[in-house]
Ligand binder design. Sequence first.
Ligand SMILES: NC(=O)C1=CN([C@@H]2O[C@H](COP(=O)(O)OP(=O)(O)OC[C@H]3O[C@@H](n4cnc5c(N)ncnc54)[C@H](OP(=O)(O)O)[C@@H]3O)[C@@H](O)[C@H]2O)C=CC1
Ligand SMILES: CC(=O)N[C@@H](CCC(=O)OP(=O)(O)O)C(=O)O
Length: 341
Amino acid sequence: MKVGILGATGYAGQEIVRLLHRHGEVEKLYLGSSSAAGEDYESIYPHWQDQKVGILQDETIPELDVLFCALPHGLTAQRTSAFLKQNIKVIDLGADFRLNSADLYEEWYKIKHPAAELLKDAVYGLPEIYRDQIKGKSLIANPGCYPTATLLALVPLLRKQLLQTSFLVIDAKSGVSGAGRGVSLGMHYSEVNENFKAYGVASHRHTPEIEQELSRASGQNLTVNFTPHLVPMTRGMLVTIYGKVSEGVQEDDLRECWQAQYEEEEFVHLLPPGTWPQTKFSSGSNHAFLQLTLDKRTGNVVIVSVIDNLMKGAAGQAVQNMNIIMGWQESLGLKGTAMWP
Ligand SMILES: NC(=O)C1=CN([C@@H]2O[C@H](COP(=O)(O)OP(=O)(O)OC[C@H]3O[C@@H](n4cnc5c(N)ncnc54)[C@H](OP(=O)(O)O)[C@@H]3O)[C@@H](O)[C@H]2O)C=CC1
Ligand SMILES: CC(=O)N[C@@H](CCC(=O)OP(=O)(O)O)C(=O)O
């Protein structure tokens, strides 16, 4: 199969390179770059020395079966229609096709949607929830990292109406690689190291994505309080969620619901009661870890969900989506647990 990556020099793009290198079905890899065409991949990332990854090409897309777009938002949608006309299946790691409404996209991303007519054709690529809809599709909206960690925890519970929709607090923490390689001042080592800060408070652009998918799961329009934080670590994401259970719901009901949803899943793991997820459990792997408790004093459920932002939160999930649309074994390129410690 011929597979391509746009944004191959970025953090998400280079993680896809790593996964495809051990995938087995990829015969030809096109590496597209707007800034480094003609350069050997090894000169950008010397840890690939002597592994013959390839020469970065300009963004003229050759004949391909699948194209991963790991670009800043807005850039993929401008070109998607042309890619689809070339019979290329497109997996967008950015946000261009995640929201169903072009108006909502404009409100949160502050640009007019470049291809609103394609929104109806895009599938939200969260395999454990929407696998059947992803199969055979040509345009996949790979979910955001914070939404992935949040939705894996909440969608099954809301579908079964085990939680009240009026009160959901999502307190999220991400490693710095979540911001990409082109860093701004706020991501400078001396600004991040030995520091810890909230950002995007009550305004982060993943809020409408989370609300859209939770509303879909619960059948009601709901809102959430979502606050992301920046943690001085390279990769990893830990999301703590507080909610109110529906009347009469016990902790076992919540666990059984997760169990039913995820018992056949290779990449989502329910930890035994009392074992709480840590970011290192998923570092460098596509595995997600979940835990919850019903706090008897307050009556609120507390949930913790952990993923690696670059893997299940981006490149790993994108490769999982490719495997599904191509009808391959879902774990191709994705085998392996975290590196520990
Ligand atoms: N980092 C993460 O944890 C996650 C990222 N994502 C999404 O994946 C996409 C890529 O993110 P990430 O790899 O982190 O970002 P990076 O900033 O690390 O990489 C983006 C790449 O896009 C290419 N690019 C093309 N045109 C432009 C432009 N005008 N400005 C900047 N870059 C450009 C660049 O590669 P070149 O110069 O070679 O063309 C660049 O390396 C984004 O949409 C991001 O939101 C989603 C989930 C998690
Ligand atoms: C730490 C950090 O900065 N994280 C990024 C999230 C990365 C991501 O998933 O962004 P997209 O929705 O654009 O794909 C952020 O908050 O903007």
